[in-house]
Design a protein. Structure first.
Ligand code: FVH
Length: 298
């Protein structure tokens, strides 16, 4: 956008917590924003802030060259846009709905079949972060079309384009979220252990858990290099030692009435890796091959 041109019009389909935040960020960046939501009342606050309410998905799609969709899931997206299929030709659909790589591929083929360009995305932020530098949105799909709309999409946060395969952003989104849920699962289990003896979780978290986890994130790049190279040897934290210590985690938890659902699978994987021939002195990075059981190995 040059200094003399105004930001291009944008349509936002879906005004849940996230869609509302997206529309608001586009408004703040000076775009003309057309909005549509299945429950029309949710458009009210945005209209008061300057957005234009469309009466139908078809009218919403027609209003702007760039259509950003963010609804609950892909079936909802197809239901919402099903009545606008004849208006999608020549439009760019940026779909920020959470889904699988397979859904992204199917939706890309569907949109292109209707004459639209398609970019799939994954939002790595909560609604309050949208429009701030802390929000990152991953994109993949039509590369030249992404470049065309990149300036507008930066209104939402940092824009990271990962390649032309439609499923890449969704795969990265899911990999990042599963990494996050591993962390949250660890928090839930350790908090339950502390509570089992009357400890204060806030004190434990602030003084010991957070500094510990922060320090431990430092080993992730080395573990990642081990996975990529296939050389899992570690200087001092071999799987055999870790398996023995892990048994203590399970028995101490059971003794305190803390269910082991969150931590037992890691124990099972370590046992399996060793029984399938992993070197006892390998690091936990060797478990990546065990998790990928049943798939073609590199
Ligand atoms: N909110 C968050 O923290 C996360 C951050 C990362 C990305 N996710 C994904 O964003 C998608 C939308 O999430 P959301 O937070 O906006 O979700 P809700 O507030 O529950 O709003 C859901 C919207 O979807 C519409 N919708 C549902 N079903 C249909 C349908 N069959 N046809 C048309 N629209 C539908 C719903 O409409 P209504 O109920 O208001 O009428 C809302 O607009 C999601 O993929 C997250 O995983 C958010």
């Amino acid at each position: 956008m040059s200094a003399s041109t105004s930001p291009a019009p944008v349509t936002v389909i879906g005004l849940g917590d996230m869609g509302t935040a997206l529309a608001r960020a586009f408004l703040k960046a000076g775009h003309t924003v057309t909005v549509w939501n299945r429950s029309a009342a949710k458009a009210g606050p945005l209209v008061a802030e300057g957005a234009v309410r469309a009466d139908s998905p078809a009218a919403a799609v027609e209003a702007s060259p760039l259509v950003v969709a963010c609804v609950l899931d892909y079936p909802a997206l197809r239901e919402a846009l099903g009545t606008a299929e004849d208006r999608l030709s020549g439009r760019t659909l940026v779909n920020l709905t959470n889904g699988t790589p397979e859904e992204a591929q199917e939706t890309g083929a569907w949109a292109r079949g209707l004459g639209a360009s398609y970019i799939d995305g994954g939002i790595m932020a909560v609604p309050a972060m949208i429009g701030t530098p802390d929000a990152v949105v991953l994109y993949s799909g039509d590369a030249s079309v992404f470049s065309q709309h990149e300036a507008a999409l930066r209104a939402l946060g940092a824009a990271s384009f990962l390649g032309s395969a439609d499923g890449t952003a969704a795969l990265n989104d899911i990999a990042l979220l599963t990494g996050m849920y591993g962390l949250l699962g660890g928090f839930v289990h350790s908090a339950a252990l502390i509570r089992s003896e009357g400890g204060t979780v806030t004190e434990f978290t602030e003084n010991r858990l957070l500094p510990w986890l922060t320090a431990m994130t430092g080993i992730l790049p080395a573990l990642a290099r081990q996975v990529d190279s296939g050389d899992f040897r570690t200087e001092g934290s071999g799987l055999a030692m870790q398996l023995r210590a892990y048994e203590n985690f399970l028995s101490a938890s059971r003794a305190r009435g803390v269910r082991t659902d969150l931590i037992a699978p890691f124990h099972t994987l370590m046992e399996r890796a060793l029984s399938e021939g992993a070197d006892p002195s390998d690091d936990v990075s060797a478990l990546v091959d065990t998790v990928r059981d049943g798939r073609d190995r590199d």
